[in-house]
Design a protein around this ligand. Structure first.
Ligand SMILES: C[S@@+](CC[C@H](N)C(=O)[O-])C[C@H]1O[C@@H](n2cnc3c(N)ncnc32)[C@H](O)[C@@H]1O
Length: 318
């Protein structure tokens, strides 16, 4: 679990989005004959979480997609959502770009099936299709896209540089590659929330950094690379690399779906960190997760959700 070159505070961002911790047997293990360990991911089990996550984060995605649409005045015909998961954000892409067709692309068949079902339910079945794609290879089946959106998926690819280059190669001239990676870790309570030792959230973030480093190191073809997204985009032959960060600011009192998400995020952290977290912090976490406790996450009125996601974009020269 050694790592530590994470100057950007990016990794917590990924874990909060529902990755890992649960020790399921993920695609990497199953498909590549790797050993299973606590960093394997069970994406199928994560479908409900990925969907509720996308719903709660909708205000953030709306801002990000509005910005992206304004950056593309010439219009957008075909969008690829690379690493789409169950396609919750693919549907938001289809809404934000009403003239575009969207391909939800992911290695996980069951997630794609879900994406297709939900697109049909939303009346978007004619505009959203699915394609099995695993970065960085086997993406030749992707048609030339005007916009490729890869949100929190690149960091699950061992060789992120190769993945960025592969995606850049599938862009039409003038097309935009948009990577959602990094930002700021989530906060849901003040530093001192009246239980246990102040600073629990920052200490939990630090443990997640370690988990994230171990997850990345265990990926097939893992290549350490600095997470300088602008450089990776530029090295892939794209121009005008730009980063913009979007805030999710849900103040107290939280709506039930956001509260449920916060409870789930801490539940995952509790499972992942049980062996490494300090005993007093575990005891605090147990109180936070106990629905019978008046100061738990389930009941407290001061719970909020605050975080930021960064979108890194660059354009293929026409
Ligand atoms: C955290 S989820 C993000 C899903 C979605 N983009 C979102 O923002 O809600 C990461 C997704 O990356 C996909 N993924 C993992 N490895 C991948 C690879 N090598 N190529 C493409 N996608 C991959 C997973 O199957 C999963 O659906």
């Amino acid at each position: 679990m050694a790592h530590g070159h994470e100057e950007h505070g990016q990794h917590q961002q990924h874990e909060q989005d529902g990755h890992g911790h649960q020790g399921g047997h993920g695609r990497q293990g199953a498909a590549h004959g790797h050993h299973h360990d606590h960093t394997d991911l069970d994406w199928v089990a994560l479908i409900p979480h990925l969907e509720s996550n996308a719903e709660v984060y909708r205000p953030l995605y709306t801002q990000a997609l509005d910005w992206l649409r304004a950056e593309r005045p010439a219009g957008t015909g075909l969008i690829v959502d690379a690493g789409s998961g169950p396609g919750a954000v693919s549907r938001q892409l289809a809404t934000a770009f009403p003239d575009a067709r969207v391909i939800a692309a992911d290695p996980e068949e069951k997630l794609l099936t879900r994406a297709a079902e939900r697109a049909a339910e939303a009346g978007l079945g004619d505009r959203i299709s699915t394609l099995r794609v695993e970065l960085p290879d086997a993406i030749d089946a992707l048609p030339s896209a005007d916009l490729i959106w890869a949100a929190r998926s690149l960091h699950h690819v061992g060789d992120q540089r190769a993945a960025v280059a592969a995606l850049a190669g599938r862009l039409a001239p003038g097309g935009t590659l948009a990577l959602v990676e990094g930002g700021l870790p989530w906060r849901c309570l003040p530093r001192d929330f009246g239980l246990g030792r102040p600073g629990l959230q920052a200490r939990a973030d630090a443990l997640e950094e370690d988990w994230f480093a171990a997850m990345r190191a265990s990926l097939p073809g893992a290549e350490p690379d600095t997470e300088d997204w602008a450089e990776l985009l530029t090295d892939a032959g794209l121009t005008g690399a730009t980063s913009r960060t979007f805030l999710l600011d849900l103040p107290a009192p939280l709506a039930p779906d956001a509260r449920d998400l916060v409870v789930e995020l801490w539940t995952r952290r509790r499972e992942a960190a049980a062996e490494v977290m300090a005993a007093d912090d575990l005891a605090t976490l147990d109180r936070l997760l106990d629905p019978a406790d008046l100061r738990s996450l389930h009941r407290r009125a001061d719970l909020f959700l605050l975080l930021a996601h960064t979108v890194h974009t660059a354009v293929k020269p026409a």
